[in-house]
Design a protein around this ligand. Structure first.
Ligand SMILES: Nc1ncnc2c1ncn2[C@@H]1O[C@H](COP(=O)(O)OP(=O)(O)O)[C@@H](O)[C@H]1O
Ligand SMILES: N[C@@H](CCC(=O)OP(=O)(O)O)C(=O)O
Length: 365
């Protein structure tokens, strides 16, 4: 359980336990844990939820089910309260980093976030990240900080991710509604069976429940990041972590780490379209590690630009075999599909290179 750089994700229930403004009830023990880690020379990045719960008393609301705009208004005012609440427990300066899915999906912005965090860590700052709720739309929002925390852990090359919630870890079913639920201390492989155990949250101000925590763990372990889901309401949990004892559920990091870029491509970028490949192209891409040439493309679906992520589909059975970044738009691809690479310039009047999807910009699924 050794770690040098960790992302710690703190859920709404810990920041604002009564769902009405912030409290120090659980934050104090978490802040003490972070301080002890920092004193041992470890680097910590905090991902904190709780903006909506913290701002709930300030924005008027009628029904218990809040609209997206009301939640955004709460989040933006609650963010100030939440940051102030954290800062009062630290002597080190805290920084506020608000990000969206678009920021993480754009390679340049991803690198910008990465550089900012690294410089702050080198200067003894505690970065505190949350989703920028004001500017997100329903379609674009990652919508939960569990997944954001996994992506941040990847961006700042953390070796561990701690997801602190109001529950001891992953149980065989939701323990809040099933008395016979049993805690699973170690998960070596995240299977459909594990996902089937994970339910939603009963807290209307939280977003994901256990499902998004498992998704986050899957993203993180695949990137070589050990992930823990532990109970942040129990101060003894932090003594266990400092004593290198697992107090909750541990997901072991994948030994076969895929590169940062492929991880970003697979998990963060949304596919904008699909192209169907003939058997020769499928074989070349899947078995020979080749780039995709226009000659192997049989059809193009949806509208997309050069630089977008698209699905590569086996035309024989419609199975998605890979995801990659296309160097050509749907419009250009419709004109060069099935053609030899040497003919691209003649057909289009320009060319972006011989290949449609380069091997380095592709992940096999
Ligand atoms: N299999 C499961 N194991 C543990 N908790 C589960 C499970 N399925 C659903 N849950 C629920 O997930 C909740 C934690 O998620 P959530 O409320 O979103 O926390 P946070 O606000 O910390 O992100 C638990 O309180 C529990 O009710
Ligand atoms: N950006 C939102 C985070 C919502 C969220 O992910 O909540 P949770 O499931 O408690 O981690 C907020 O600050 O309230």
């Amino acid at each position: 359980m050794n770690f040098n750089r960790a992302v710690i994700k703190v859920g709404s229930a810990l920041v604002a336990p009564s769902r009405d403004g912030c409290s120090g009830q659980y934050i104090l023990a978490i802040a003490q844990f972070i301080t002890k880690c920092q004193q041992q020379g470890k680097e910590i990045i905090l991902v904190s939820s709780g903006g909506v719960a913290a701002g709930r008393t300030i924005i008027q609301h009628g029904s218990p089910k809040l609209s997206l705009s009301t939640k955004k208004a709460m989040a933006s005012v609650g963010q100030m309260q939440m940051m102030a609440n954290w800062q009062r427990f630290f002597d080190v300066p805290c920084s506020q980093i608000l990000i969206t899915q678009n920021d993480l999906a754009d390679r340049e912005r991803f690198i910008s976030i990465q550089e900012t965090i690294k410089i702050q860590l080198a200067n003894g700052v505690l970065p505190i990240v949350n989703e920028n709720d004001t500017v997100t739309t329903k379609a674009l929002a990652i919508g939960d900080n569990d997944n954001i925390a996994a992506l941040v852990a990847q961006a700042c090359e953390a070796d561990s991710l701690f997801i602190l919630s109001d529950i001891d870890g992953v149980f065989t079913k939701d323990p809040n509604i099933n008395d016979d639920a049993v805690l699973i201390p170690n998960i070596d492989k995240i299977t459909d069976e594990i996902y089937a155990m994970a339910g939603t949250s009963r807290n209307p101000l939280a977003s994901g429940g256990m499902k998004t925590k498992i998704q986050a763990a899957e993203k993180a372990v695949e990137h070589g990041i050990n992930t823990y889901i532990v109970n942040g309401t129990k101060s003894e949990v932090f003594s266990s972590l400092l004593a290198k004892v697992n107090p909750g559920t541990r997901f072991a990091a994948d030994k076969d780490i895929i590169t940062a870029k492929k991880h970003w491509l697979k998990h963060t970028l949304k596919s904008r379209g699909k192209i169907k490949l003939d058997p020769g192209a499928v074989n070349a891409v899947v078995n020979k590690g080749a780039s995709l040439l226009p000659s192997g493309i049989k059809s193009v679906t949806n509208r997309f630009k050069a630089g977008d992520a698209i699905d590569l589909v086996d035309a024989r059975n419609n199975a998605v075999i890979a995801k990659g970044i296309t160097l050509y738009s749907h419009y250009d691809l419709k004109r060069i599909m099935g053609k030899h690479s040497n003919d691209i310039t003649d057909i289009l009047g320009h060319d972006q290179g011989d290949v449609v999807v380069h091997r380095d910009d592709m992940v096999i699924l």
